[in-house]
Write a protein that binds this ligand. Structure first.
Ligand SMILES: Cc1cc2nc3c(=O)[nH]c(=O)nc-3n(C[C@H](O)[C@H](O)[C@H](O)COP(=O)(O)OP(=O)(O)OC[C@H]3O[C@@H](n4cnc5c(N)ncnc54)[C@H](O)[C@@H]3O)c2cc1C
Length: 422
């Protein structure tokens, strides 16, 4: 039996929180380093779409995407935009991104690997929420992918084929069945895929906070600080250096979301991590209540009832982390929401709407980095979860704990190695 170690987990989003709890449960002494509230508004884990979807295994880069991108970019109401002034900086990432979806074989491999991360997320999250004393935070009553018609669904045939190949089951819904299941949806949607095994979280930020609170009850310490660097001696980690002092430790986990890139570089790995910025609008007093989460696929947005009201989240904006938000992207979501649920448009003047934006931490190949660092085997990377981090966070925590304790992992994490970018 190995001696317990002192592990510093850097970042209190879903990945850091899940890692801290899994490490505590594996018998390690854990310090969680986070400058803000765990799961607070600064974190992607706060404002996301709250989908826990086994269907979320399709990488953004798919064969033929280069043909679709110009259309998306030219559509001012579309789901994708690039801040052109960052194009030169983003170009290497974009080239890798397009290459990642170049062939069917590549995306088949990616989908299979992502299935290992998110395939059981609804039940995994439900068990985690239960063990944190908050079973009410996770619901497992399915997810609706709504299409205008069957022809629109057929355009996504490859994505659904990949899902089927990995074991996903869904039911096709006719217009009548769809509107019976979700009466608030407008008549322009006449076909859907209903993923009965899907789940959602009613309060993603609160869920992260609840995991951290439970981890504290199980012995971890939370330090309010910004991690800046590492101290190594002969390839072994001695400490994490923060703006609030030095934290001596035997190991560290880099789980700082989009801010992980510079820390990873300090640990010897140059990872092409960029922000795919996303937005949400939340209606505190919606005049409709959704029975289940809905993805109106034409808007590429997730619609869901959360603790704060009816949330619509989505949009991909490629820009630097520092660039100011462009709230027009949130307005696109609001307008799409009003079109999707006609009763909302009728009460538009009275709606109380809040807006949020955040950073998806994205690698170009759509896979996170969960592996030992080059500079020292004591540092573990756990970031880069892009569009699926809420779903993949708890399984990532299990993988991190198995790397630290050198126990058999739930599945082989080799595809997540930082070495793929060397
Ligand atoms: C609009 C949108 C919709 C999304 N929808 C979904 C969805 O429906 N389902 C899904 O599964 N995923 C979704 N995602 C993706 C998901 O939210 C992210 O992948 C996930 O939250 C990333 O978690 P994280 O813990 O890696 O990073 P974060 O949640 O960003 O947390 C990182 C934390 O690290 C801290 N930190 C930063 N720098 C330092 C430092 N130097 N020292 C210490 N701490 C530091 C930050 O303060 C922050 O709290 C969505 C994302 C967006 C933006």
């Amino acid at each position: 039996m190995l001696e317990p170690k002192h592990i510093a987990v850097i970042g209190g989003g879903i990945v850091g929180a899940s890692s801290a709890l899994a490490l505590a449960r594996s018998g390690q002494r854990v310090t969680l380093i986070e400058p803000d509230q765990p799961g607070g508004t600064q974190a992607a884990s706060y404002g996301n779409g709250a989908f826990l979807s086994p269907a979320s295994i399709i990488p953004m880069s798919m064969p033929g995407i280069w043909k679709k991108v110009p259309g998306y970019l030219l559509d001012p109401q579309g789901p994708l935009t690039i801040r052109w002034r960052y194009l030169a900086r983003l170009a290497p990432w974009l080239v890798r991104f397009l290459y990642a979806g170049y062939s069917l074989e590549k995306v088949q491999r990616t989908a299979a690997v992502l299935w290992s991360l998110v395939g059981d997320s609804p039940s995994r999250h439900a068990a985690l929420a239960e063990s944190c004393g908050h079973p009410e935070m996770i619901h497992r009553d399915g997810l609706i992918y709504a299409y205008t018609d069957r022809a629109a669904f057929e355009e996504d045939a490859l994505a659904w084929r990949l899902r089927r190949e990995n074991g996903l089951v869904w039911h096709e819904l006719s217009a009548d069945e769809l509107h019976e299941l979700e009466p608030a949806l407008g008549a322009s949607y006449s076909f859907a895929a209903f993923v009965e095994a899907g789940g959602h979280c009613v309060d993603p930020g609160g869920f992260v906070a609840a995991i951290v609170a439970q981890a504290e009850r199980e012995g971890i310490t939370v330090r309010k600080a910004n991690a800046k660097d590492f101290a190594f001696a002969n390839g072994r980690l001695k400490a994490v250096l923060t703006d609030a002092g030095t934290i001596a430790c035997d190991g560290a986990v880099i789980a700082a979301g989009v801010h992980s890139r510079s820390l990873a570089a300090r640990a010897g790995d140059d990872i092409p991590l960029e922000s795919e910025r996303g937005y949400h609008v939340e209606l505190a007093n919606p005049s409709v209540t959704l029975r289940r989460p809905v993805m109106p696929v034409d808007g590429r947005m997730a619609n869901i009832m959360t603790a704060g009201g009816l949330r619509a989240s989505g949009q991909v904006e490629l820009a630097s982390i520092e660039a100011a938000p462009d709230w027009k992207r949130a307005d696109i979501l609001r307008d799409h929401l009003l079109r999707t649920y006609p009763a909302l448009a009728a009460s538009r003047a009275d709606l109380r709407i809040s807006r949020w934006y955040g950073h998806r931490p994205s690698t170009p190949d759509g896979l996170p980095v969960i592996s030992r660092a080059s500079a020292s085997e004591d540092v573990i990377h756990a970031f880069g979860h892009g569009h699926i981090g809420l779903s993949a966070g708890p399984m990532t925590g299990e993988l991190v704990a198995s790397l630290v304790t050198r126990k058999t992992p739930p599945f082989d994490p080799a595809p997540f190695s930082a070495a793929r970018f060397r």
